[in-house]
Design a protein around this ligand. Structure first.
Ligand code: ZN
Length: 473
């Protein structure tokens, strides 16, 4: 009986054992399933991203230029969303904002470019942004008001003539001689050479091959105040022909621009963190960055909304953070999300961050989202900075591999044009993810919702989530 009893218990134990084994089996399967994070298949909410973009381009923010209320509101918008997502503020600062000082010069009114007839009446009035842009401004003063006759340059040797003295005149340079004006981002100061009071150069503002991306509204920068610069203006071809005609008729041109004197203001990067669970990876941050500032108000009732550049980046960044936060498994590596300020003024926010990092950058990598989700038919570009060094290619190479796996049409390149450069400069491997569409209103009032595709935003978010799943879990 006893034996029988024992046998019965034994059989029961065997049964229980196999049931337990079954459970254990199931448990192991579950663990291994959740140990891959599921980010690759996670639901991505296009509507949330589009809402972020719509908000950031609304007229409350007026183009998010450093030194304006709109820029501060954009900082707060990122802060509010980090709070909602439950991101941690980094140690060393209060909340999420890392403040720094930035010099700003802001337009006070719409710049004027006009042709005057013999009696001083306005015979043509050109439109700031669409017809002409200011490349450099007089350094001595931020208030410029010039009325002067023109001098049309017909050949390069007209300038080398020793006797050429254009004092009191505005020099006109046609596109065929635009090489004389230097690179669009580093114009040569011809006004020094020929003593002109301003220079107007013809550029094809609608053609990116000519460097459109450099030619639209750019924040006035401190460096523009170098004493040897007189006003340097770029016009598109129609405007230039009218100016050339005016020169033939001996008409004068008026150029006026009023801006605030240089002042130093508080600007902030916004930094939020998802801590890693594995102490071994304590300093191996994955940084997802996106600038939220833009080039502001044209003071003529229009502002440069910056939908693609770069309300799209923060929108994608917030969606990436949301997916990771709502995922049941936490990452092993810490992930930092940084909304950078002052990018449009020369990466000033990211330069401040890498100069004053809030956590160790020793083992970090940085992924920069700048202009993502373009509706235009441009391939995705993955680009590293020009700085070379050990491991500097890694994030670009990894993302390339995942882009291939995901069937994303992409190409790789090198570019210096955004915040990833600040990281590369301090030895942090970094990569820019960008849909480089400059054709439809870059740095102008025309960069709006039409430039954005929800599907392509999702594609970029998926790619970054893929990277994070592979590297942080
Ligand atoms: Zn940008």
């Amino acid at each position: 009986m006893r034996f029988t009893k024992l046998t019965g218990v034994f059989i029961l134990l065997l049964l229980l054992g196999s049931m337990l084994a079954g459970c254990v089996q199931e448990k192991i399967e579950q663990v291994s399933k959740v140990s891959t994070a599921g980010l690759k298949e996670a639901e991505i909410r296009q509507d949330e991203m589009l809402k972020h973009i719509e908000e950031l381009i609304s007229d409350k923010y007026k183009g998010r230029m450093v030194g304006t209320e709109g820029n501060r509101l954009a900082e707060d918008y990122i802060v509010d969303n980090f709070e909602k997502l439950g991101l941690k503020g980094p140690s060393g600062i209060k909340g999420y904002k890392q403040y720094y000082k930035q010099g700003v010069i802001l337009l006070n009114q719409k710049p004027l470019l006009q042709i005057l007839d013999g009696t001083g009446k306005v015979s043509a009035d050109f439109d700031y942004v669409d017809d002409f842009v200011i490349r450099r401004l007089s350094s001595q003063t931020t208030e410029v008001d010039i009325t002067a006759p023109l001098f049309l340059l017909e050949s390069a040797d007209m300038l080398s003539d020793e006797d050429t003295d254009l004092k009191g005149r505005i020099l006109l340079i046609p596109a065929k001689l635009s090489w004389l004006a230097g690179k669009p981002d580093f114009p040569t100061d011809l006004s020094v050479k020929c003593n002109a009071s301003a220079v107007i150069c013809e550029f094809d503002l609608s053609n990116n091959a000519q460097g459109l991306k450099y030619l639209r509204v750019t924040p006035f920068q401190e460096s523009w105040r170098q004493p040897y610069y007189n006003p340097f203006i770029f016009t598109e071809s129609n405007t230039f022909s009218k100016l050339a005609e005016a020169e033939k008729k001996g008409m004068k041109v008026r150029f006026e621009s009023q801006a605030t004197p240089l002042s130093y203001v508080d600007a902030a990067n916004v930094v939020g963190i998802i801590p890693g669970t594995d102490p071994e990876f304590e300093y191996s941050y994955i940084i997802i960055g996106a600038h939220f500032d833009h080039v502001g108000d044209n003071m003529d009732g229009t502002y440069n909304a910056g939908a693609l550049d770069n309300a799209s980046g923060p929108a994608a960044m917030l969606e990436i953070a949301r997916v990771i936060q709502e995922n049941p498994v936490a990452p092993k590596r810490p992930i930092a999300f940084i909304g950078f300020n002052g990018e449009s003024s020369g990466f000033l926010g990211s330069r401040h961050f890498t100069g004053h990092p809030l956590f160790s950058l020793g083992k970090a990598v940085m992924i920069n989202l700048d202009m993502v989700g373009a509706s235009a038919d441009v391939k995705l570009m993955l680009a590293r900075a020009l700085v070379s060094g050990k491991g500097m290619n890694a994030p670009m190479d990894d993302l390339s591999k995942y882009a291939e796996e995901l069937g994303i049409d992409y190409y790789t390149s090198f570019t210096g044009g955004s915040d990833h450069v600040s990281f590369a400069d301090v030895g942090v491997p970094s990569v820019l993810i960008i849909h480089p569409d400059y054709s439809n209103g870059y740095h102008s009032p025309h960069d709006d919702m039409e430039d954005i595709s929800g599907d392509r935003l999702e594609e970029v978010v998926r790619l970054v989530l893929y990277y994070i799943e592979e590297h942080a879990y």
